[in-house]
Design a protein around this ligand. Structure first.
Ligand code: AMP
Ligand code: MG
Length: 314
């Protein structure tokens, strides 16, 4: 993990959270985009692969399979059936990973906020702010209903797509799932991929880059999605202690996972958790060695990284 990220400046960049095609000048890709899981998904692969179109179609099918498991907005998803008590949750593997991450982050990652999220949506319509809660964070337990896996399911889908592409013999690729980017394989130029972290202060640009030969960069930021109530914006990452938008002190956070089990889903969940819990809690978890990850913290215009990471700023 320590080797994978190095200082890079002024290199062509793949934008996390905002994917612009054709960034790496000497390396060509075949690219395919579609909309699913409430986000734009772009799959870019080695153009010399013999049947790109079939592979692209399969990527869309895999994503749809994951959505049908975990989309709490779709009444037909397995998660919605679980929430209604019509399923015991078997087949929903992310519930157990969510429990692990929730436990490790002291409940900062808490995927049991379905009714709170619905409350914020209602508030958008009525113009009346939801009630603030006073209390402590408690970890999520896998059997709890009222689940919303929006903070982890994209990473899972992304990981399944990457695994499928690798198994199919695709030489290299870049997959963008909204705020999450995955890269794999060896490019013809032999260089690592350069993944840009979107600038939370100017979302049309990049604030820093990380160099990665393969793995996942999951970004959570308050700028990504929000509820608008009475002209004010309230971002979508909720502190389970207050049921209000998290104020963990970060403007955005990127988590880099590579060798961990469930690296895609884990990185996605940790990014959401760190946005809630803040940098020092994230660094404590890093030091504990519970999970294999690196992270880039952005606040007050500054970029800081965990020791095995160097995020390059121009
Ligand atoms: P992300 O964009 O990956 O950070 O995930 C944000 C999404 O996760 C939100 O849109 C909600 O669906 C859900 N969510 C919000 N707050 C939390 C939280 N504290 N823990 C877990 N999931 C959350
Ligand atoms: Mg997440």
């Amino acid at each position: 993990m320590k080797r994978m990220i190095a200082f890079l400046s002024a290199l062509p960049v793949i934008f996390a959270a905002c994917f612009f095609g054709g960034c790496e000048k000497k390396v060509s890709y075949r690219s395919y985009s579609f909309f699913s899981m409430d986000t734009l998904i772009t799959v870019k692969i080695d153009p010399s692969f013999p049947d790109c179109d079939t592979v692209f179609e399969k990527c869309r099918e895999i994503t749809e399979e994951v959505r049908l498991l975990y989309d709490a907005d779709d009444p037909d998803s397995l998660l919605s059936r679980f929430n209604r008590g019509e399923s015991d949750g078997s087949g929903l593997a992310l519930l157990s990973l969510s429990e692990t991450v929730s436990e490790a982050t002291g409940g900062a990652f808490f995927p049991g906020l379905r009714d709170v999220i619905e409350g914020w949506r209602e508030a958008e319509k009525s113009g009346v702010l939801p009630q603030k809660k006073e209390g402590a964070r408690v970890p999520y337990k896998a059997g709890m209903r009222n689940a919303d896996l929006g903070g982890i399911a994209k990473g899972e889908a992304e990981q399944r797509v990457v695994e499928y592409l690798k198994d199919s013999g695709v030489g290299y690729g870049v997959i963008s799932f909204g705020g999450n980017i995955a890269v794999f394989g060896t490019k013809p130029d032999g260089k690592p991929f350069s993944v840009g972290i979107r600038d939370p202060y100017d979302t049309s640009g990049v604030i820093c880059t990380v160099s990665l030969d393969s793995g996942y960069v999951s970004v959570s930021g308050g700028y990504e999605r929000y509820y608008e109530i009475d002209g004010e914006r309230y971002h979508h990452i909720i502190d389970p202690a207050t049921y209000f938008p998290a104020e963990g002190g970060l403007d955005s956070v990127a988590v880099i996972t590579k060798d961990a089990d469930n690296a895609g889903a884990l990185g996605d969940a940790l990014a959401t958790a760190f946005f809630v819990a803040g940098e020092s809690a994230a660094r404590e978890l890093y030091a504990s060695g519970t999970f294999d990850f690196e992270a880039v913290f952005i606040s007050g215009g500054e970029v800081r990284s965990t020791p095995g990471t160097v995020a390059a700023t121009d």
